[in-house]
Design a protein around this ligand. Structure first.
Ligand code: AMP
Ligand code: GLY
Length: 429
């Protein structure tokens, strides 16, 4: 039996916590800071972001496995901090060290890595402010729309797509000269725009072998038919109809294998999740981005489809034996619809009372931005509030369960997209 510490507070972590709790290998489960939805299955403790405090907690509570839900602590070196201390070195950290986390923490590094290992991705070049004029010349070699990416972490907002050259030059100026994203945009990746449909692929690796988890598609824009502002995700579905055997074979051969081999060749020990954001361009996969964690809200549709024991996989990873793991995937379709606060992703109100959660059936409600106001009263506490997830024999059935439960849940300003998965249903016809 193992004691596990999970870091994070969103619906992604709620879905991970649930899966960890299901395992017969789990003894105690702590989540920092966690959320009110998890209190039945885990002990929520708020350790903040101080690595020394987290290490102390891990030692005192005899933690065997620490799963890092979010990229920031990984980019900041939490896995290095655990490994460099003899009192925490034995703890099996699921998440790469700082060097491996650069796959997400630096877009310039990720592009360099992909180019070196022949991994298909959009043509690009990186620029700092000293090369402003060259950057403008490079833009003229591309066709619109233009894709500008802040090199560093920018809370998911660092990618700007411009329709005209004029707009692109203005944005470039804002990023490089006016530090639009602070230090994160002191370097900017300019790349070719890829036309296609996106898909998220998730890999677990111990650095030697790898295991491909179910793929998913997320819905990023606030408005139906992918209109309006980008959000942290309005819904997700798994599996993805176009990610068929032939496509996934290409992903494995052209992307996953060279990624794992590239990490080995760079002597980057990597233990954790690799999330590959892909564009399907006429049947060919291209990498848009790497993340070093699971996706949100993809996890809410991916984890319920994993029938095998995820803690067994984590445990094997700690011993470099992931090759002994047999992943069992549920053939059902899983869909997730996010309930968000009115006004999100801009201004919205918090503290609205949530009702109807006890009436939900045939679905799982993962909490994102919620808070307990008193013992029996849960209120909204963020832009993304709840993820309503259901399994079905097909997408229509799973979605019908999500939407009928959404009718039962209420809070002032409840907002959601009614078209999650509809594009894939159309594609299937
Ligand atoms: P990222 O923050 O890297 O996930 O990028 C945000 C979004 O921008 C992606 O999910 C894509 O929708 C879009 N995007 C990024 N790079 C490209 C590209 N080269 N071509 C087309 N769309 C892109
Ligand atoms: N759903 C995209 C992400 O987690 O970055």
């Amino acid at each position: 039996m193992m004691n596990i510490l999970l870091l994070g507070s969103g619906a992604r972590e709620h879905a991970i916590a649930r899966k960890i709790r299901e395992s017969k290998l789990t003894d105690r489960l702590f989540v920092s800071p966690g959320n009110v939805g998890m209190i039945d299955s885990a002990c929520c403790v708020d350790l903040g972001g101080d690595f020394e405090k987290i290490k102390r907690f891990a030692i005192e509570n005899d933690i065997d496995i620490m799963v890092v839900g979010n990229e920031q602590p990984l980019v900041d070196g939490i896995a290095d901090a655990f490994d460099s201390d003899e009192k925490t070195r034995h703890i099996n950290v699921i998440g790469p060290k700082r060097k491996g986390a650069m796959l997400e923490g630096s877009k310039d590094f990720a592009k360099w890595f992909m180019t070196k290992y022949g991994i298909p991705t959009a043509r690009y070049e990186s620029f700092t402010v000293e090369r402003m004029e060259e950057a403008k010349v490079y833009l003229t070699t591309l066709n619109p729309p233009y894709v500008l990416k802040a090199d560093g972490l920018a809370a998911g907002k660092g990618v700007i797509i411009c329709q005209t050259l004029q707009e692109a030059e203005k944005e470039l100026d804002a990023m490089l000269k006016q530090s639009k994203f602070g230090n994160a945009s002191s370097k900017v990746v300019i790349e070719q725009f890829l036309e296609g449909i996106e898909c998220s692929v998730f890999v677990l690796t111990d650095g030697q072998s790898y295991c491909i988890l179910p793929e998913a598609k997320d819905y990023k824009r606030i408005g139906e038919h992918d209109t309006g502002l980008n959000t942290g995700g309005m819904g997700s579905v798994s599996p993805v109809v176009f990610a068929d055997k032939a496509f996934m074979e290409k992903v494995e051969e052209k992307i996953i294998k060279p990624t794992i081999n590239g990490l080995k060749n760079e002597q980057i020990e990597y233990k954790g999740f690799i999330f590959i954001g892909l564009m399907n361009v006429k049947g060919e996969p291209y990498v848009i981005e790497y993340n070093v964690r699971m996706g949100d809200p993809e996890t809410e549709s991916v984890f319920p489809r994993i029938d095998s024991d995820i803690v067994e996989a984590f445990d094997l990873m700690g011993r470099n034996r992931l090759c002994d793991y047999t992943l069992k995937v549920n053939p059902s379709v899983c869909t997730t619809v996010m309930l968000v606060s009115k006004g999100y992703p801009e201004h919205y109100k918090k503290g609205k009372r949530i009702t109807g959660l006890d009436k939900c059936t045939e679905c799982t409600v993962f909490h994102a931005g919620t808070k307990a106001e008193s013992e029996n009263v849960t209120v909204t506490n963020g832009g993304r509030v709840l993820a309503v997830t259901a399994l079905g024999t097909n997408m229509e059935e799973a979605l019908a369960k999500c939407y009928s439960n959404i009718e039962k849940i209420d809070f002032e300003g409840k907002t959601f997209r009614r078209d999650i998965g509809k594009d894939l249903i159309e594609l299937e016809k």
